[in-house]
Design a protein around this ligand. Structure first.
Ligand code: GAR
Length: 201
């Protein structure tokens, strides 16, 4: 099984979904560490209750971004992580950090990329007037929300939707999408090669 560390900033519902999936004997990954950049991230407690080593490495405790990332990197090495999953991790990762984990770092973004990068994706979708929206799991590259796509799920936009209503509908498919994408990567069935995802059976 591949050893997976999950980086979070908040409630960690995607992290919880990965933890649940990894409880199945035939799931190809195990969650070995949860790291938050905020001491009050709700997901830390959830992970702790599951018996998973869960630590806060608050970016505010470090003088620079590179020192914070060095601390996170040290924790990932300590956990012997093979794969890193960003799950609501609201920090931009430096190109140096990304390079160290090339092809081994995944992110979930709440839109159908390449549409609506960055923040407030549900507002962006409503503003654009699209009739389908969704989520994307992709390999992390130096460009924000820009890496090769591993899995996507679409949901309808409905009349009268608010950003919150849309966010809930998207979140309801994020968990399954991330679980599926991580399994593909952990099994070597989705591999990043020359800036593309190469799939095999
Ligand atoms: C999720 O909707 C995730 O897609 C989004 O944050 C939420 C985290 O929820 N990620 C981003 O916006 C990344 N820029 P969770 O903590 O319950 O998994």
């Amino acid at each position: 099984k591949k050893r997976v560390a999950v980086l979070i900033s908040g409630r960690g519902s995607n992290m919880s979904a990965l933890v649940e999936a990894a409880k199945h004997a035939d799931y190809p990954a195990e969650i070995v560490a949860v790291i938050a950049n905020k001491a009050d991230a709700g997901g830390l407690e959830v992970a702790h209750l599951e018996g998973i080593p869960a630590i806060a490495i608050p970016h505010r405790d470090y003088a620079s971004k590179s020192e914070h990332e060095a601390a996170v990197c040290a924790a990932l090495v300590e956990a012997k992580a093979d794969i890193v999953c960003l799950a609501g991790y609201m920090r931009i990762i430096s190109p140096e950090f990304v390079a160290q984990w090339e092809g081994k770092m995944l992110n979930i973004h709440p839109s159908l990329l390449p549409l609506f990068k960055g923040l407030h994706t549900h507002e962006q979708a409503l503003e654009a007037g699209v009739r389908v929206h969704g989520c994307t799991v992709h390999f992390v590259t130096a460009g924000m929300d820009d890496g090769p796509i591993i899995a996507q799920t679409a949901v309808p936009v409905k009349t009268g939707d608010t950003p919150d209503m849309l966010a809930k509908r998207v979140l309801s498919v994020e968990h399954e999408t991330y679980t599926r994408a991580l399994a593909l990567v952990a099994q070597g069935k989705a591999v990043m090669k020359d800036g593309r995802t190469v799939f095999s059976d």
